[in-house]
Design a protein around this ligand. Structure first.
Ligand code: PEP
Length: 249
């Protein structure tokens, strides 16, 4: 039985003092949750967040990293830097990074390898555009993203990986995939993982849905057979709203 993993992606929101206030409130609201709860916060908030989640059931993730270990890469952050302060997760290949920062599947693959090398757990985002969906190409595109992302990734690393299916047309738009649609796409992702690593691995990998998840739709989405929780953007910025999602039973 796979556990539910619910991760908040704050994107470029929240200052350190807001992070501290959020965690103080949120940690009390989710203290009895049976799910794994992750907050993926901006780089400058990481250290404050890590200090304030001590003694709680909340884990901390970053939203991006660079694939090189160190060197002349002005403005970049390495996996080792994240690991050294206690970060556990890192989002890789979010559609906003693919769209605005030209991240390709090849870059996503390099970042996954670099993250695993430093024992960070990647949350790997895949998903189709509206145009690709309307052309009936969604599954084909996502399968390609999966094949590229997992090139030369060792089977033994799969237990430390989360896949987030995020249809791009549903991110930040208020539009959500129907629970059946999201579940069927995630089943197709599981099949693709099964082709690469075998069924035993595929049935253990945590696969989230992301795209306008809120407390009014999370219950239905997370109760689907193949959806193991969610990657939540906008709704994760409000402690009360996000706690309702994170307390899924
Ligand atoms: C996201 O940032 O990954 C996301 C799914 O955003 P939202 O929940 O706001 O659609």
């Amino acid at each position: 039985m796979r556990k539910k993993v619910i991760a908040g992606n704050w994107k470029m929101n929240m200052l350190p003092n807001e992070t501290i206030n959020f965690i103080d409130k949120f940690s009390k609201l989710v203290k009895d949750s049976e799910n794994e709860i992750i907050l993926c916060v901006p780089f400058v908030d990481l250290f404050y967040a890590l200090l304030h989640v001590q003694g709680t059931n909340i884990k901390i993730g970053a939203q991006n990293m660079y694939w090189e270990e160190k060197g002349a890469f002005t403005g970049e952050i390495s996996g080792n830097m994240l690991k050294s302060i206690g970060v556990e997760y890192v989002i890789i290949g979010h559609s906003e990074r693919r769209a605005y920062f030209a991240e390709t599947d090849e870059i996503v693959n390099k970042k996954i390898k670099a993250a695993l090398k430093c024992k960070l757990k990647p949350i790997i985002c895949v998903g189709e555009t509206l145009e690709q969906r309307e052309q009936g190409k969604a599954i084909e595109i996502i399968k390609l993203q999966i094949q590229e992302a997992f090139k030369d990734i060792d089977k033994n690393d799969m237990e430390n990986i989360i896949i987030a299916y995020e249809p791009i047309w549903a991110i930040g738009t208020g539009k959500t995939a129907t629970s059946e649609d999201a579940n069927n796409t995630i089943k197709a992702i599981r099949e693709e993982i099964s082709k690469i690593y075998g069924q035993d691995v595929a049935k253990r990998v945590i696969m989230q849905y992301g795209g306008s998840v809120k407390s009014s739709n999370s219950q239905e989405l997370f109760s689907m057979s193949d959806i193991d929780g969610g990657l939540v953007g906008g709704a994760s910025l409000d402690a009360e709203e996000f706690s309702k999602i994170a307390n899924y039973k």
